[in-house]
Design a protein around this ligand. Structure first.
Ligand code: GDP
Length: 427
């Protein structure tokens, strides 16, 4: 069908960091894209057999159904070379019942006449099909723009204005069900003067909780699987991948919560992988630390260090949300990660740091190419992007890039945030 090809085009995978994470991103189903000022989230559903009753196909169909229910727009991709199949009809019936806005998109249209490509698909009764070639990129840009227009139309009017100005650090608290997210929220809010309130009229089920702690402002955003009941927050059964990902992309700092008494799961790893891709700052909170024997604690620490090796830029805290232990230091790390993510790195400072790095260790030449780095400037925040300018920078190896990253990290004390290094060779 070409779903993965389209997905990669829409999200333009940023593989620099991701390449270092064995096993995590092989099946990438969620990604972030952006057109102009409009960011969006893409969910690539695994595949679809609406009638499957059990097994992997059934699980996939469940996931797909949830993704469809939560999407602002569904892109239904069919194969222009293959033509209309009975399967397409089954899926159309299903999609129609969900009531979600659907765009019918015919892929693999390169080199074919428009009328020939679409004629088959009118039968589905979904209006004029969009025609694209994911492999060649034809029509993809228009498709995204149409999809975003449609998505914004779905939103309640003036939603932007209903959102009060967000104050302070925006935090996403994420983790699988039962790790203790609602317990932590209650502990956080119970300890302090709470200025929490719900915002009616915002996006489906959205909660945003501004609060103050030690005189500092924070906003907890949209924690998936949590519902407010009176003054307390409680967990609901359902775990929503889409909501989790949305809250991550809206946050400045993500607190990834793990359960000390359980093994790290694939779901934990997926969430961590997505945090890395978006480049958000990160603090890891290992919860339920109470009631563990010290032998167990040592073992758990070693195991986590090994498995979360790829998150070594982030601070890890061992806490008890229930007993309110370790919360102060955790929030300190949130502040630190935020400061690092928003650091203002001037060109003179960056260039000096770059020169120091090169003095200590020069990049190797590659064939006849001798890379020459001239200066560096900051290309963005949250995550900080350091753009290095020079000549023959293609010759710079990944290990050397990592060496530079570490040098910048140490020089500017960038703890808790991913850091991106971009190389730009001058003309
Ligand atoms: P959520 O689904 O992530 O919101 O998890 P909950 O906050 O509902 O917690 C799930 C269960 O773990 C509840 O029974 C909590 O009482 C328990 N729990 C949460 N935090 C802790 C903790 O720090 N220590 C212990 N021992 N249990 C905890």
């Amino acid at each position: 069908m070409g779903k993965s090809t389209l997905f990669n085009r829409l999200t333009r995978s940023r593989d620099a960091l991701v390449a270092d994470m064995p096993g995590l991103t092989r099946d990438r189903h969620y990604g972030e894209g952006r057109v102009g000022e409009r960011p969006f989230l893409v969910v690539d559903t695994g595949g679809f057999e609406p009638v499957a009753k059990e097994g992997i196909m059934f699980q996939m169909a469940l996931q797909t159904k949830q993704a469809v229910a939560e999407a602002d727009v569904v892109v239904f991709l069919v194969d222009g070379r293959q033509g209309l199949t009975p399967h397409d009809k089954t899926i159309t019936d299903f999609l129609r019942k969900t009531g979600r806005p659907v765009m019918l998109v015919v892929n693999k249209s390169e080199g074919m006449r428009y009328t020939a490509v679409v004629s088959d698909f009118y039968e589905l009764g979904m209006g004029d099909p969009y025609v694209i070639s994911a492999a060649h990129g034809d029509g993809v840009h228009d498709l995204v723009n149409e999809a975003l227009d449609l998505a914004f139309k779905q939103r309640p009017e003036d939603e932007e204005e209903l959102q009060p100005e967000q104050k302070g650090v925006k935090i996403a608290l994420v983790g699988r069900p039962n790790v203790g997210k609602s317990t932590l929220i209650n502990t956080l809010l119970g300890e302090e003067r709470v200025i929490a309130f719900d915002m009616p009229g915002t996006t489906r089920d959205s909660i945003e909780i501004p609060f103050e702690r030690d005189g500092k402002q924070y906003t907890l955003i949209d924690t998936a699987g949590i519902r407010r009941r009176g003054k307390v927050f409680e967990a609901i059964e359902k775990f929503s991948v889409v909501k989790t990902l949305q809250s991550i992309s809206e946050a400045n700092v993500v607190v990834l919560m793990l359960d000390a008494q359980q093994d790290i799961s694939e779901q934990d790893a997926h969430i961590a992988g997505f945090v890395l891709e978006t480049g958000r700052a990160l603090v890891v909170a290992v919860n339920k630390w109470d009631g563990l024997q010290s032998d167990d604690r040592d073992e758990i620490k070693i195991d986590l260090d090994r498995k979360l090796d790829f998150l070594s830029f982030a601070k890890m805290h061992f806490i008890s949300a229930l007993k309110a232990a370790g919360i102060g230091p955790l929030m300190k790390s949130v502040d630190q990660a935020y400061a690092a993510a928003m650091a203002n790195l001037t060109t003179p400072k960056l260039t000096r740091a770059l020169q120091e790095a090169v003095e200590k260790q020069e990049p190797k030449r590659k064939g006849s190419m001798r890379p020459k780095m001239r200066y560096a400037h900051q290309g963005g925040m949250n995550p900080p992007i350091i753009v290095i300018h020079g000549n023959s920078l293609d010759a710079i190896t990944d290990p050397y890039k990592r060496y530079l990253e570490k040098h910048f990290r140490d020089t500017f004390n960038l703890v808790g945030t991913p850091l991106r290094i971009e190389l730009r060779t001058g003309k």
